[in-house]
Design a protein around this ligand. Sequence first.
Ligand SMILES: O=C(O)CCC(=O)C(=O)O
Length: 389
Amino acid sequence: MDQVSPPAAAPTRAEHAERTAAYLHAGEERARRLANRGPIRFGADGRLHPDILESYWEHGFYVFEGVVGEAELQELRADADMMIERAPVRPGADVDRHGRPALGRDYAREPYTMVKPLSDLWGGTDKLNGRHPHRMVQPRADADAPEHVVFLMYGMCEAMPAALRVYGHPQLLAVAEAINGPDFVPYNDAIFVKQAGVGGSVAWHQDGVTHWDSPEWDEGIHGFNFQVQLYPTTPANCLWVVPGTHKQGRIDIPRRVAENGGDEKLPDAVPLICRPGDVTAVNRQMLHASFANSSPDIRISITMGFHRRRSVIGQRGKLNMGADQVYDEQRIFERSAVIQVAIDARRQRFPDEMPYSYLPFSGLEERFRYNRETVERVIRDYNTKDLAI
Ligand SMILES: O=C(O)CCC(=O)C(=O)O
């Protein structure tokens, strides 16, 4: 972990909350004027309703309302709480705060990213291919704040049975198909945990790092991310996006901030305000960020990304994946198998629901049932095979 302590001149948590209030309110008004939210709807042909697709491509994001019901939400929250409770007591520790072995000490990839309260882990650094060039305001935390807080959790399909099941959600996978085609492939998953009064920020960035200069470049080439919201999201703790930026190519972020007087509160951004169980879809080329959570409300967002297959095949590792890795047919097949196992895990838990039929695994369903053998063969350390571009 590489942390930067807030400078002495930084606002306190309370000052930050006060100084951002008017901007948060104005952003909420802008967001409410956009017509890109509602339940997932399908047309007569069973495909995602074309109005939704059109709105997604116009704005670069959509808020699907009421996708996950209360019973499933409770299972997701319980699993997320378990994972937070079992985080190392401090970065690098082997035990959690109760003295038990921390979760994931046997995982190939560390499942936790911890940060100092209200800090910005990536802004202004060259981490993650340098895609977060501007450092966000890092308020000073309250005196009783912990030294480190859980910020990101990885490996949910291995650690959280309820999250594996939501990964196989038939309506969400139908949306992934509508956006990326029936042979869509997974990218990664990560759970953003913005704890009340201490959650860190995510500096302005666009996610994609591979195809900006490609002759094939278009507004969908870097895929999209869902976020399943476990709690209400508010302008103070949620993700903010600048509508339409997915069509603009690579954006000069330092310049945008400079043109705003050096202020990170960009004037045309809108907050993704959700109820629990709502799911956002955000194009990975959108300019987006979230501010330090100086508010009294927690946000937990289960984030899972999907790509077009042709955007990924033959590419080399980027972001958290090493450049020595090549995304060949085998790699894509093995990582995509997590989706098929997730579909079956969901079928076992919700037998009355019609499972999603995932084209790349058509005819292979029996080999990818959810059971002890596939947990070992497919799910264990699955995120070492993420398809980051
Ligand atoms: O949810 C957040 O705060 C950040 C999400 C994000 O940056 C992403 O999904 O790329």
